[in-house]
Design a protein around this ligand. Structure first.
Ligand SMILES: [Fe+2]
Ligand SMILES: [Fe+2]
Length: 350
């Protein structure tokens, strides 16, 4: 009997099959092709719909806030992956652009699929909500009011600006800044913090399809973050080897983290006592988790020196700002503003 064939037996001519990005690509093909519509059938979405209807109003509000942050976030990363990251991985500062480019196709596919999962879930299970979809942020339009009201929308704007600039300049320091916001903050801290919260809320509000979908999304995101850590690690390695054009990479990563880590509080607002936290997600637990993630991603994986206390102070300060803002009032203001914008769009500004 012949021996079992394993993936390590395969070699190619143009593609380096021993490369880590090839491995990520292959894993993406094997694991990342789950199908949203099939999942809705297999884990019958009508069970989630029934369960959703039985939840208290404040519980529904908390889940809606949390998923709104995810929906706008997934939409933003999907757009920036297809427009900018694909060009960034083709930059001459990377050694394996071919295989990175292959992986990026899987990466982008999964981001769009995450948007699809959330969008269909919110519509089919949670019922109609006005997300001002026609006021697309890429065309100067709108994000979901709660996302704007907490300030969370700003981190997605920053991600868009930095990835666009890096795609254009292909400069290693610009790329380091862009990938730090994209992979380390938005995916590494916000999305991972969100998974943790979905996991916790499921103890009080078991929604089988939501849980199942988030487990699959979380596995995909694990590969995305690995890609980000590997790409940043390569830039840092070249900086430490003394290559002139890479000087400033580590400092840029650290500065961008400090400048933008407050976004954790903007997202975290949705789990605080300010919204009653009826599902007992608990902001302090989230912060504790984020501290661990920062240690793992920046200090251990990238061998940088991030000061925990400074990070926690920055997040706590931003959280205070959120608590001092009347978020419900801000949500109403954004709704009104979008309604006016919608009126202008439909009558052409007359
Ligand atoms: Fe995603
Ligand atoms: Fe992602």
């Amino acid at each position: 009997m012949s021996q079992a064939i394993t993936s390590s037996d395969f070699r190619a001519e143009r593609i380096d099959t021993s490369n880590k990005w090839y491995e990520l690509f292959q894993k993406g093909v094997e694991l990342g092709t789950w199908d949203v519509e099939t999942l809705f059938e297999e884990v019958d979405f009508r069970r989630d719909r029934e369960r959703w209807a039985s939840l208290e109003a404040d519980e529904r509000k908390q889940i809606r806030y949390l998923l709104s942050g995810f929906l706008d976030g997934e939409f933003a990363v999907g757009e920036d992956a297809s427009h900018h990251l694909q060009r960034i991985v083709g930059a001459p500062c990377f050694d394996h652009s071919e295989e990175m480019g292959m992986y990026m196709t899987m990466f982008t596919l999964t981001e769009h699929k995450h948007t699809q999962f959330l969008d269909v879930y919110m519509h089919e299970v949670m019922g109609d909500q006005d997300v001002f979809a026609e006021l697309n942020p890429k065309r100067g339009g709108a994000r979901i009011p709660i996302v704007q009201a907490t300030g969370l929308g700003e981190i997605f704007d920053r991600q868009g600006q930095l990835t666009a600039r890096a795609a254009h300049s292909q400069d290693p320091v610009d790329i380091a800044e862009a990938l730090t916001v994209y992979h380390m903050i938005v995916e590494g801290l916000l999305a991972r913090g969100g998974f943790y919260s979905v996991n916790k809320l499921s103890a009080n509000a078991p929604l089988p399809l939501l849980n199942h979908g988030f487990k699959l999304i979380s596995t995909d995101e694990g590969r995305h973050i690995t890609h980000g850590v590997e790409a940043l690690g390569e830039l840092i390695e070249k900086e430490r080897a003394g290559k002139p054009e890479f000087q400033g990479v580590s400092e840029a990563i650290v500065d961008v983290l400090y400048e933008n880590v407050g976004a954790v509080a903007d997202f975290g607002y949705m789990f605080t006592d300010a919204v009653g936290d009826p599902l007992e997600i608990e902001f302090d637990d989230l912060l504790f988790r984020v501290g661990h993630l920062i240690d793992g991603q920046f200090n251990e994986a990238l061998d940088l020196d991030i000061d925990h206390r400074t990070i926690l102070e920055l997040v706590a300060d931003r959280h205070e700002d959120c608590l001092e803002t009347d978020i419900d009032e801000a949500v109403r203001e954004y709704r009104d503003r979008y309604q006016r914008q919608r009126g202008v769009e439909t009558d052409g500004g007359r």
